[in-house]
Design a protein around this ligand. Sequence first.
Ligand code: COA
Length: 164
Amino acid sequence: MEHMTIREAATEDIESIARIYNHYVLHGTATFDTEPKSIEDRVVWLDSHGPRHPVLVALVDGEVVGWGSLSPWHPRPAYNDSVEVSTYIDPEHLGKGIGSQLMAALIARASDIGHHAVISQIVAGNEASLALGERFGFREVGRLPEVGRKFGTLLDVVLMIRLI
Ligand SMILES: CC(C)(COP(=O)(O)OP(=O)(O)OC[C@H]1O[C@@H](n2cnc3c(N)ncnc32)[C@H](O)[C@@H]1OP(=O)(O)O)[C@@H](O)C(=O)NCCC(=O)NCCS
């Protein structure tokens, strides 16, 4: 495992966050976004994540190699203690434990903040993400068939949840 640190994301990280995310927007099905996000869009996105919804970055040798976030699951207030977790690792740094360390940090933050349910929506076939969820005690609670279409292919979404 490379030497890595994790900290709160800041404005200076936005370019790296966008670069990593846009790679998967353009080349993968992990996200159902289909158009790259602009820097301006990511500034708004980061600002909209207040103290109850942290965005974390992982750094190796001072370079951002991954990010993860806890986002509101649903705007209606009875859902306030439920969050959706996301993690995206630079394609040059996959499979080195960075996603696991980010997930551990995000679950710890969710617990500290007082969230109760951490939800992950994973496109069927995303074996790395499913393995990451299983490693951290997420269980599959549902599967939405053919709710996405990307690169001309219909995609299922697996819903996983971890209660704290
Ligand atoms: C999913 C993702 C965040 C995992 O991060 P990572 O740093 O590559 O994963 P880690 O090295 O920490 O490994 C986590 C687990 O996934 C497994 N894994 C990693 N890559 C894998 C692959 N390609 N296929 C199957 N399992 C894989 C590891 O073996 C490990 O499981 P284990 O603890 O049971 O051994 C990363 O692959 C990624 O960014 N993927 C693209 C974006 C994405 O899918 N994000 C999630 C959206 S829901």
